[in-house]
Design a protein. Sequence first.
Length: 361
Amino acid sequence: MTRGVVYAEPGSRPAVEEIVLDPPGAREVQVRIEASGLCHSDVHVVETEGWGMRFPILLGHEGAGVVEEVGGEVTGLAPGDRVVIAWRASCGECPQCLRGDPRRCSSWPRAKRRLHRAADGALLSPVLRAGTFADRTIVHEACVVRVPEELPVEQACLLACGFSTGVGAALWSTPVRPGSTVAVIGCGGVGLAVVQGARLAGAERIVAVDVAAEKLEAARGLGATDTVDATAGDPVVQVRELTGGTGVEFAFSAIGAATGLAQAVRMCAYAGTATLVGVPSPGATLDVDLDADVFAPKISLAVTHGGDTLPQEDFPFLARAALDGRLDLGRFVSSVISLDEVPDRLERLGQGGEIRAVVRL
Ligand SMILES: [Zn+2]
Ligand SMILES: [Zn+2]
């Protein structure tokens, strides 16, 4: 029996239901999910009443597990392989891929819809082509990435979204230069991963900004050299004071509110880069002075989608970095829960100092 967390219709509450699977088709892979992280994008799906997807929806997109069955034409994967499911892999055919920039691919490979609700047979739409709050799912082979067995599966699943989004923002979207100065606004799971990425990239100073003392403490433990309590005054002023008035070369906004990106722009040094990490709140707009805040100081504005990773290269790299201690992935797993707890936990995601809750299946 396969069970999954289904968001049945707009306004309904996600619930655990029985689901049934068709066999995987050509270039598709059936994965037995062993662990899946709770990421804010699943909450976003509920808050936006489907995020443009067809109902019913199978939630979850941060999963790892074991290959159970491969469809035709699948190469390089076999039953028993420990894998992480990437929600974005590059297609090789879109304008960005064709011009040699696959990190900015806009046409992510997807499997056909193969999962149904047991109750009425309706086809499920898996969130971000993944659908990992389930014992099993079926995904495109390009999204299935082998990782070392030694990495605990509760940690491996975090490579699929939040952790690689944050680390990748600092390593690949807007690569932090060794010796540079960085600010990270918002120290939830993704922001803390930006801190880790900036440290791995060799940043000399990493200023963590948040309103919660426990998150700032966590940031220090993961590589932040300075912290700014955003409740104690304008964080832009505080970051500028910390940097002798100069500002930072790289500022990352890892909060949904638009104020984070505006602050990131305004705390950049001359020719600095402000990067938007994570999905903004619906309707959020950017309020900055285009001359004083952007043109005169020559600020670049960038967006990362999931850290702009090339999963087949980057996930194994991140896994090795976690295994040899260059990245502290274990610290990101703050609780391990069951599938039945997911609907409740989604409603209070990120509260009470939680970094990442992980479902163990
Ligand atoms: Zn592409
Ligand atoms: Zn996510």
